[in-house]
Design a protein around this ligand. Structure first.
Ligand code: C5P
Length: 208
């Protein structure tokens, strides 16, 4: 089969991560959750006691990441998503992490990447671009269920507030703001579960 690059973007808890995993499994493609790179950068900074807005330290932390060794359990929490969106607003951090993401996208076997700027910045030539959205309330409900599933405390109102803050910061930053590429297929998952989202997305992939 010809190699295919699938770019999936969207806001926090839109369902893009679950969709990316399902598409990658279905087509036998490697998958990169690019949010983990920003989360791991923030984690590394906090672990060394640095401030999140310390540009040189943040770039050094981004350079030091290995794509393979993410300790997802330590990166998934609410606080780390918020911290990630702070370091993600630093242009030099984005440039550093972009190299690794582009390298992954251009692997000979093809790839699925999910994030905020895959279709616009990281891989504008992707074969299939999907921009996943859902209402803030639906996304907050999903995040709350996910946290409960992991045995973490879940305060719906606080999660909804986090989502609003993160949407605002990710959409309004100067570099690589959260935007649909002009040629992205919009996919609103507010009324769709994971299987229905996957079925809808399959129709956008020509080889399906
Ligand atoms: O997708 P996730 O919630 O794990 O991403 C955490 C944060 O990392 C986002 O809120 C965003 O600020 C940043 N991010 C980004 N570009 C990406 C992926 C994530 O700026 N491609």
């Amino acid at each position: 089969a010809p190699r295919v690059i699938i770019a999936i973007d969207g806001p926090a808890a839109s369902g893009k991560g679950t969709l990316a995993k399902k598409l990658a499994a279905h087509f036998g493609l490697p998958h990169l959750d690019t949010g983990l790179l920003y989360r791991a950068t923030a984690r590394a900074l906090l672990d060394t006691g640095e401030r999140l807005d310390h540009v040189e330290a943040a770039v050094a932390a981004a350079r030091g990441l290995a794509l393979t060794d993410f300790d997802e359990a330590r990166l998934r929490g609410r606080a780390m998503g918020e911290a990630a969106s702070v370091v993600a607003a630093i242009p030099a951090v984005r440039t550093t992490l972009a190299k690794a993401q582009r390298g992954f996208a251009l692997r000979p076997e093809g790839a699925v990447l999910d994030g905020r700027d895959i279709g616009t910045v990281i891989c504008p030539e992707a074969d299939v671009k999907i921009f996943v959205t859902a209402s803030p309330q639906t996304r907050a409900q999903r995040r709350a269920l996910e946290l409960v599933g992991r045995g973490e405390p879940a305060d719906y109102a606080a999660i909804l507030e986090d989502i609003r803050i993160r949407d605002e910061r990710d959409s309004n930053r100067a570099v690589a703001p959260l935007r649909a590429a002009p040629d992205a297929h919009p996919l609103d998952t507010t009324a769709l579960d994971a299987d229905a989202t996957f079925a809808a997305a399959l129709r956008f992939v020509p080889t399906a």
